[in-house]
Design a protein around this ligand. Structure first.
Ligand code: ADP
Ligand code: ZN
Ligand code: ZN
Length: 723
């Protein structure tokens, strides 16, 4: 018998070993093994087992595997199939996909369950004589039904040696038991019961449970999509199935997790980046053993070894955080669909602003559509107004606030209601510019510096580097440097001038660098300690403040002008999300979108909340340009500290790739961020109706022209990050 194994060495190949007789009955695919590799022992996953008595492969004698580390497989055959498909689709080594699919905390050599002493009353009669104090202790242990040694000692005011003595007398039984490290134990979870669904929700639930195809659940924020997920999960649990719920990391707040935990209790496992290694280890093992049947987590949760997987929910399916930006560059939404197909599980993609990839799949009949058009609970959709910032002529140009928005804020302050203001740029000003045209720029990156007033310095938002503000222009020595563009700090200062008595909170990457400060700011706003919350996209998502009745988008154009084929789509999503923050409870909401381009179809559609109109218009443009979702698009990214090397190799690669049939190859160009952290960045855009053509071309080119040592080259299939 021989076994092919994957070893985590990024060699992109499997290694063959012999299986010794005594292990043959125990070996299974997906198990973690220990194998000899050159002069070391390394961990490896069993990938393929075959009967065969070849003693050698390619002229080399096979070595026997060392041992089976865990007889329970880490991967089911279905998961291994999924891993193989992802490796092929993203052109990544299979072991990198395996690594992404199991939490590192589970594979650490010293990872294990936490074992503590547990004290129970003895079930056997015992003869020993006890003092009255000892008898009292035993009675208390019986009353409590046992407990952990440490807790009991604290609760009963006694010591471990006292309890141990009672153990020796046979009055108590003390054993070592695994104690779960529970990430939810701090949260007070009250059980919740299913809500009576409205007609649209009911229809959506029926579709989810009946459709063989993936379902797009298209519903505005607050339309009750989560309640539909909860009841769909309840239905699959009833039939002995399990479920995975994916949420974007940023939305993975305690409130989100609690909604699932309060419905399904201990059956819920949480996997996210804030867990300790121990918690993650325990949660993963609870999933594998079948104790936990509902998994809530970010993109990596798509790999959770859930038993009898029957449902996968991808909430906010359009979120780009589902795309992993390091190898393997998989998209968790697409992986969910792949996994659903392999394991015959239902898949639900939920969003108020679906991705155009998903929308096109609906139009092609590959996905089923379920729509919820109305909000479920209290709260109506807000009224949205577009404010033309060009109005008022030249002297108002560059203003931060329109008079209409200022009036609306003043009204909220009078009424004791709250306002959220959104600006997609942190710092004080966008850039520092001299009258000669010189722009202060980071030498390591090609990006202009942003002025930060709090610490009076220039900061690079790409590498994080900073410098002091120069007294004069390095080019012309003039001292007339000026601040262009508006960042959150500048908007905050201007706001404080307009409303000196208002309390304002600012939330951006600078004000939340301290751990906890994120929650502190939101908590303070929720408690009404401030009337205005001003922030970057951090505040756009998932927050629910009943007292907010006004939302202002200070500059809707900034995201429209990004160098990204999805700029319009992103802008639509952002504006819809921000607008969704207003009027979530009984109070009606109002939204102002400030722009210099008030007739932009994207802004008009977002203001009307008309996703279908936006999607149809944008799809037309994508089709004309041969862009995704009509064609598959991948970026070949090239990075080097050597400017000449990266440009020459980029051009050579582009030229060679242009010979491939069925592939549209763009010119090699410097990325929008030409230089970051000292690395020069180039890219080549590849497009084809078939992603397999792209991957084949890529594998061919790096095989015939392998990159030199000083050049990093990687392929990003279905790239979302264009800069
Ligand atoms: P979404 O996930 O679409 O943003 P939620 O599921 O969070 O929407 O629902 C928004 C609000 O409406 C929540 O407070 C929820 O409790 C409430 N809600 C959802 N469904 C119903 C229903 N059928 N009846 C009453 N309230 C509901
Ligand atoms: Zn920099
Ligand atoms: Zn100058």
């Amino acid at each position: 018998m021989i076994v092919k194994v994957a070893i985590d060495l990024s060699l992109d190949r499997l290694f063959t070993y012999e299986v010794p007789g005594e292990l043959q009955g125990k070996l299974a695919v997906g198990q973690l093994l220990c194998v000899p590799f050159s002069s070391r022992q390394v961990n490896a996953f069993a990938m393929e087992i075959s009967a065969g008595d070849e003693a050698s492969v390619e002229g080399r004698r096979l070595r026997p595997i060392g041992k089976i580390i865990d007889e329970k497989p880490f991967f089911t055959p279905a998961l291994l199939k999924l891993v193989g498909q992802i490796a092929a689709y993203t052109a990544s080594p299979i072991e990198s996909v395996l690594r992404a699919a199991v939490p590192a905390a589970v594979l650490k050599p010293n990872a294990k369950a936490r074992e503590l002493l547990f004290v129970e009353p003895s079930r056997e009669p015992f003869a020993a004589a006890l003092t009255s104090r000892q008898r009292w202790i035993c009675e208390q242990v019986v009353r409590l039904g046992g407990g952990w040694m440490r807790q009991l000692c604290r609760e009963l005011g006694t010591t471990p040696s006292t309890l141990r003595a009672l153990g020796q007398k046979g009055a108590l039984v003390i054993t070592v038991q695994a104690r779960r490290r529970d990430p939810l134990c701090a949260a007070k979870i009250r059980p919740s019961r299913p809500l009576e669904l409205n007609a649209e929700q009911r229809a959506a639930l029926d579709t989810v449970l009946a459709s063989e195809l993936p379902v797009l659940l298209h519903g505005v924020t607050g339309s009750g999509k989560t309640e539909v997920y909860l009841q769909a999960i309840a239905a699959v649990l009833e039939n002995g199935g399990g479920a995975i719920v994916m949420v974007p990391e940023i939305a993975l707040t305690p409130q989100t997790v609690q909604r699932f935990a309060s419905r399904f209790g201990d059956q819920v496992a949480v996997l996210h980046s804030a867990l300790s290694d121990g918690e993650r280890y325990d949660e993963w093992h609870r999933i594998r053993s079948g104790q936990a049947r509902v998994v809530v987590g970010p993109r990596s949760a798509v790999f959770a070894p859930v038993r009898n997987l029957a449902l996968i929910v991808v909430d906010e399916e359009h979120e780009t955080s589902y795309k992993q930006e390091d190898a393997p560059r998989y998209h968790a939404r697409d992986v969910a669909v792949m996994r659903g197909r392999i394991e015959h599980a239902r898949v639900v993609l939920g969003s108020a602003t679906p991705s155009l990839e998903t929308w096109l799949n609906v139009r092609k009949g590959k996905y089923t559509l379920a729509t919820i058009a109305r909000r479920a609970g209290a709260g109506r959709l807000p009224s949205v107004a577009i404010v033309d910032m060009a109005e008022g002529g030249e002297e108002r140009r560059g203003a931060i606030f329109s008079p209409r928005l200022l009036e609306a804020i003043a009204l909220r302050l009078d009424r004791g209601e709250q306002t959220i203001l959104f600006l997609n740029r942190r710092g004080y000003s966008r850039s520092v510019v001299c009258e000669c045209g010189y722009v202060m720029t980071c030498p390591d990156c090609s990006a202009p510096y942003t002025y930060h007033r709090a610490d009076n310095c220039l900061r690079c938002h790409i590498c994080g580097g900073w410098r002091t503000v120069p007294r004069e222009c390095p080019e012309c020595k003039s001292s007339t440097l000026s601040y262009r563009g508006i960042g959150t700090q500048r908007a905050e200062a201007a706001l404080a001038k307009c409303f000196p008595h208002a309390r304002i909170l600012r939330m951006d990457a600078d004000s939340t660098s301290r751990k906890q400060s994120h929650d502190d700011i939101l908590g303070a706003f929720r408690r009404g300690e401030a009337q205005i919350l001003l922030g970057t996209q951090m505040i756009a998502k998932g927050l629910d403040f009943p007292n907010v009745t006004l939302v202002g988008v200070l500059n809707a154009d900034s995201s429209l002008n990004m160098p990204d084929i999805r700029a319009a789509e992103r802008t639509y999503q952002l504006l819809s999300q921000v607008a969704g923050r207003a009027g979530r409870a009984e109070l009606p909401g109002e939204v102002f979108i400030q722009t210099y381009d008030p007739s932009s179809p994207v802004i008009v559609a977002a203001a009307r909340g008309d996703f279908v109109a936006f999607a149809e218009e944008e799809l037309k443009i994508r089709r004309e340009l041969d862009f995704p979702p009509y064609l598959r698009m991948a970026l070949v990214n090239l990075r080097s500290k050597n400017a000449k090397l990266v440009s020459e190799w980029s051009e050579m690669y582009a030229k060679s790739l242009k010979q491939v049939k069925g592939l549209i190859v763009g010119d090699a160009i410097p990325s929008a961020i030409e230089k970051a952290d000292g690395w020069y960045r180039w890219q080549i855009m590849l497009r084809s109706p078939s992603s397999a053509v792209i991957v084949r071309a890529w594998r061919w080119i790096i095989a015939v022209r392998p990159a030199p040592r000083e050049l990093r080259v990687f392929l990003d299939v279905d790239a979302y990050n264009m800069v």
